[in-house]
Design a protein around this ligand. Structure first.
Ligand SMILES: CC(C)(COP(=O)(O)OP(=O)(O)OC[C@H]1O[C@@H](n2cnc3c(N)ncnc32)[C@H](O)[C@@H]1OP(=O)(O)O)[C@@H](O)C(=O)NCCC(=O)NCCS
Length: 330
């Protein structure tokens, strides 16, 4: 059987840093509240001229360089995002243009689970024999959808992008994937206006409906429930158990969610990755950004087993179990 494995990793974070102290001057909040309730100390924010496609293209170039490939070597680009540059064309089309690729390209919109959904699409395309090499990207300029007068959401989010290159071969890298969706929770985390259901009118813009609306406590409970469930299902689909895991790499939404979910799984801190302190919630970019941090820090060794676990609006969730097959030369 043909399998997919990761042969390149890359990431990009915008230069501009927004600290909790900066947010104290925008809304009624405090560094102490934000750190204790979320774990976030700072996040990156796109500047004028940057967008989801520009950060996505930067991450894609880094992943291609790491794989030692040219953009024209890629057969498929799948990009997960919650903050596309436009409704159409897809952000993947813009990345394809900017990096000089010539292959089909599409966006996957599964909110913060977007990278796992994109990975599933690319993996299935490779396993079917239709695609030899795929670029899987998670990219966000999600702060453009954040209401910086809403203290319940503006403290959480940040921008960035991460990408991996998948290649077909006999060695199994992506072992098993579990995906899920419960559309009955669609209203819990939503950008109400800007799509076909509610086009942006002056009235809707005045009411701030183009920004993220979230019932934080509901999302919190949902996340702590689904993270362990989807992790266990993906492990089962891979024929593995919790003891086989080298790294648990959850979506970075809130440190308290990460800690509570890891406790439910019985995983001790040494196997749980977190970089939320410096990134905030970068939605579909968070998992490949986390993977890139571990990789460039020299913490991944061939044979390691990783659980990449996402959840988000939809409501959606998903987990991928990956056997690491690559060394890092720095
Ligand atoms: C948003 C979140 C941090 C709020 O934390 P919480 O502990 O649930 O806090 P609550 O919403 O219960 O609010 C508690 C109090 O803090 C206040 N508060 C909310 N945001 C605040 C802020 N930034 N600074 C200071 N106080 C704040 C609330 O107004 C509330 O005050 P009240 O008791 O006087 O009404 C938390 O619910 C969360 O992270 N949820 C998940 C969100 C998420 O992951 N979304 C993305 C999914 S991909």
């Amino acid at each position: 059987m043909t399998h997919a494995r990761i042969i390149g990793v890359g990431a990009y974070l915008p230069e501009r840093i927004l600290t909790n102290a900066d947010l104290e001057s925008l809304v009624d909040t405090s560094d102490e509240w934000i750190v204790s309730r979320t774990g976030v100390r700072e996040r990156r924010v796109v500047s004028e001229g940057e967008s989801t496609s520009t950060v996505g293209a930067a991450a894609a170039r880094a992943a291609l360089a790491d794989a030692g490939l040219e953009a024209t070597d890629i057969d498929l680009i799948v990009l997960g995002t919650s903050s596309p540059d436009h409704i159409f064309p897809s952000t993947a089309s813009l990345v394809q243009r900017d990096i000089g690729a010539t292959c089909p390209a599409l966006d996957v919109m599964a909110a913060c689970t977007g990278f796992i959904y994109a990975l599933q699409h690319a993996t299935a395309s490779i396993e079917s024999g239709r695609v030899k090499r795929a670029l899987v990207i998670g990219a966000e300029a999600i702060t453009r959808q954040v209401d910086f007068s809403d203290r319940g959401t503006c403290i959480l989010f940040g921008d960035g992008a991460g990408a991996v290159v998948l290649e077909a071969g006999s060695e199994a890298g992506v072992l098993g994937i579990d995906l899920g969706c419960d559309g009955s929770g669609a209203d819990v985390l939503i950008v109400p206006a800007g799509g076909a259901a509610a086009p942006c009118t002056p009235e809707r813009v005045a009411a701030g409906e183009q920004y993220i609306r979230m019932v934080g406590s509901e999302v919190f409970k949902f996340a702590v429930r689904v993270i362990p469930e989807t992790t266990m299902r993906a492990l089962e689909a891979s024929g593995l158990g919790l003891d086989d895991l080298t790294w648990f790499i959850p979506h970075q939404a809130n440190q308290r969610i990460i800690t509570a979910a890891a406790e439910r799984l019985g995983l001790d801190d040494s196997r749980v990755f977190s970089n939320i302190e410096f990134t905030g919630n970068t939605s579909a970019a968070s998992i490949p950004l986390a993977l890139n941090d571990l990789y460039t820090d020299g913490q991944l060794n061939p044979g390691d087993v990783l659980a990449l676990v996402g959840f988000g609006a939809g409501l959606t969730w998903g987990a991928a179990i990956v056997r690491w097959t690559k060394g890092y030369s720095g």
